[in-house]
Design a protein around this ligand. Structure first.
Ligand code: ADP
Ligand code: MG
Length: 676
């Protein structure tokens, strides 16, 4: 068996499984074994009913006294049974599993594994996994991999396929030179790839992760260094020499730019005038005022007679930018155009024509705008806002059309400078490390669900004062699996709580682009006072009149994400507030939220979050989710990233043999369009 063989060659993969696997991006044996577990479970020995505790995943050893019974009604088939022992009762519920009724037999012992919740004094377990006691004992001896799955592919299939490959294959070749392995105390690839799937202990898993994270970071760092070299060689095709429009623009602003904003603008001006093409990252915390810098740059380019574009990660954000840019630029006779995926084919065609014929100066849209059939007449500047990194492939794409525009990337990702230098090494970095002086720090509180009535009264008072509020829920709709707040029901509930004069509306990702647009516009005009939303509003939304952010199930979100959400308020002159509603009693959750409670500083929050999790947290792979690495986490594996960066610097001129092959494979894949 070779790594390049198709998965079809494995036992258990027919045409059906083959196509399911393909959906997961798995076509070859190599892609299969490089599909790492999402997390791991260690099973603890099963306990008796008298020892269970609510709110934890546990294995309970039970004796079944009767058959499962069907619960009538409802959309989905439900089975239930109550087990009892020394007066303790546990009710179990299964959805969508009618066949269980026949396969579980009264008078037999089973282990039920699942999370126990307490409801009105009763213990309940939803959708328990069922094992025989023998099978469960076997499970307890190993750390079990858990894969991200799609329809048709179960965890058991993945485990079986992995086992098959590892049993059949001898030793896999390594592509890293032995000297590197020795220098950085890394495992070889064969060992690491086997242990990442079936670790023998938490320690071994740690070593496997270290090696594989190193690989990712190392290849990335090498590629970035290559790009840096080829970038600096690109001459400035669009030199810009006139800056009087930008001076007038700055003088016209209703506020004074901060010195950090001015410094950043000076750096961009130098790039514009320079001999090479600009490749610059603007790093600045949420609310530091990055947008106005983008406007300055785009205005300058347009006034010079060129075109520019701005890419945003979501349609909602693209529209918002479009509207504010149009307002600002209308005085300047600069023509703006919005281009998004939800436009009709006809609208898109018209847009393409106008772009091609230079009938528009600034195009604002989602990522699609540079990949589609868009041909600019004279594209001199590409700005990307929040998250989407303008990767090497897009750059190559533009270069293939014979242009190399200036590139400006804006990001709120808080990372330490040493790491930024490795990850963004191909870009020059400007840091906006200062908030506008007019800004009042946001007041925070972390409270339980019993605080809700007080929160609603507070929101009502704010609205009477002319302000607006956001309320965030983790789910769109009700789910049978999770008891989390959802946007649809919450909105209905709020409508009965607030007086009719207060308009409550919802916003979520399942709505059409047009619906979202109308709602955001109405919220922008203060026709809607309370917006109940999922995290679709997380990035970039700017409605300075909104002063309250209330987050339900705050414990469900990552700290970086909560910080972004909070950044939606505190953008105007008024005092703003953030209310974190904690719906679980967990002590760690409370500690994490306390960090946000005490600080509004993104860098500080990220580093505290890391400390709290500690490097020992091996099972929470890639927690920060800040970059699109498969296994490495920029914060958690900061030390590995540093090693990989050093190693790339030392080895960049000695890339030969298997490593060279691997690097060129890497650079030709999608890897470098990573999302930051
Ligand atoms: P972000 O950096 O998060 O993208 P924005 O660019 O959206 O932040 O700016 C947040 C708000 O601050 C906007 O309403 C913007 O008009 C305002 N703003 C930007 N710069 C300043 C400044 N120097 N003084 C006062 N307000 C500013
Ligand atoms: Mg922004």
């Amino acid at each position: 068996m070779k790594l390049t063989d198709p998965v079809r060659t494995l036992k258990g993969v027919g045409t059906k499984n083959e196509s399911y696997l393909e959906h997961m991006g798995i076509r070859t044996i190599k892609e299969l074994i490089c599909y790492f577990p999402r997390t791991y479970i260690t099973y603890e020995p099963a306990v008796g009913l008298s020892e269970v505790e609510p709110d934890r995943k546990q294995a309970v050893l039970v004796t079944l006294r009767k058959s499962l019974s069907q619960i009538p009604g409802g959309r989905v088939p439900k089975l239930t049974v109550t087990v009892e022992e020394e007066g303790r009762r546990l009710q179990c519920l299964w959805f969508h599993m009618p066949y269980l009724k026949k396969s579980l037999h009264p008078g037999t012992n089973y282990v039920f594994y699942g999370k126990i919740r307490e409801e009105k004094g009763k213990y309940m377990m939803d959708q328990p996994e069922v094992y025989t006691p023998e099978k469960y004992r076997e499970l307890c001896q190993h750390i079990q991999p858990v894969y991200s799955l799609t329809e048709g592919v179960g965890n058991r299939l993945m485990v079986r396929l992995m086992q098959q490959v590892f049993e059949t294959c001898e030793k896999f070749e390594d592509y890293l030179p032995g000297a590197i392995l020795k220098r950085y105390q890394l495992w070889d690839w064969d060992e690491a790839i086997r242990q990442i799937h079936f670790p023998t202990s938490a320690n071994e898993l740690g070593m496997a992760r270290k090696r594989l994270a190193f690989d990712e970071f190392f290849l990335f760092a090498l590629a970035i260094r290559r790009m840096k070299k080829s970038n600096t060689a690109v001459p400035n095709s669009f030199p810009i020499l006139h800056f009087s429009p930008s001076e007038r623009f700055i003088a016209d602003l209703p506020y004074k730019l901060t010195s950090a904003q001015l410094r950043t603008w000076e750096e961009i001006k130098e790039d514009f005038k320079g001999i090479g093409t600009m490749n610059r990252l603007i790093q600045g915390d949420v609310g530091s005022g990055k947008t106005v810098i983008a406007q300055l740059a785009l205005l300058t380019v347009a006034e010079e007679g060129y075109q520019g574009c701005l890419m945003a990660p979501t349609e909602v954000l693209a529209r918002q930018h479009f509207e504010s840019f149009e307002k600002v630029f209308s005085k300047w006779d600069i023509r703006c155009l919005l281009l998004t995926g939800s436009m009709t084919a006809k609208e898109k065609r018209e847009a393409y024509t106008r772009i091609e014929n230079h009938q528009v100066d600034i195009v604002i849209g989602t990522h699609a705008l540079i990949q589609d059939k868009v041909q600019f007449a004279q594209l001199a500047l590409v700005v990307t806002d929040e998250q989407h990194r303008f990767g090497v492939h897009q750059r190559e794409y533009l270069a293939s059309k014979g242009v190399s525009p200036h590139v400006l990337v804006m990001s709120a990702t808080p990372i330490p400078r040493t790491l930024a230098l490795i990850l963004y090494g191909d870009l020059d970095i400007s840091v906006i490390d200062e908030m506008p002086a007019s800004r009042k720090p946001i007041k925070n509180c972390v409270v339980g669900t019993d605080y809700r009535p007080a929160a609603y009264r507070f929101i009502e008072k704010q609205i009477r004062g002319g302000r607006q509020a956001y309320i965030i829920c983790p789910m769109v709709e009700e789910s049978e699996w999770m008891e989390l707040e959802n946007v649809v029901d919450y909105t209905e509930r709020l409508k009965t709580i607030f007086p009719a004069s207060i308009w409550v509306e919802m916003l979520h990702g399942k709505m059409s682009g047009e619906e979202k647009r109308q709602i955001m516009e109405a919220f922008g005009r203060n026709e809607i006072q309370v917006l109940v939303s999922t995290t679709v509003i997380e990035v970039g939304i700017d409605v300075p009149n909104a002063t309250v952010m209330m987050i339900e199930n705050a414990e469900r979100f990552g700290l970086a994400q909560l910080h972004q959400l909070r950044g939606r308020v505190g953008r105007g002159k008024e005092q703003s507030y953030c209310i974190f509603i904690q719906c679980s009693k967990s002590e760690t959750a409370r500690k994490r939220l306390e960090i946000l409670n005490h600080s509004n500083d993104g860098f500080y929050i990220a580093s505290e979050d890391l400390k709290l999790r500690g490097p020992g947290d091996l099972f929470g792979l890639r927690q920060s989710g800040l970059m699109d690495f498969q296994i490495g986490d920029v914060y958690q594996d900061g030390d590995v990233l540093q090693m990989a960066g050093d190693c790339a610097a030392a080895w960049e001129d000695q890339v030969t043999g298997a490593l060279a092959k691997r690097l060129s494979e890497y650079m030709s894949d999608e890897n470098l369009s990573v999302i930051l």
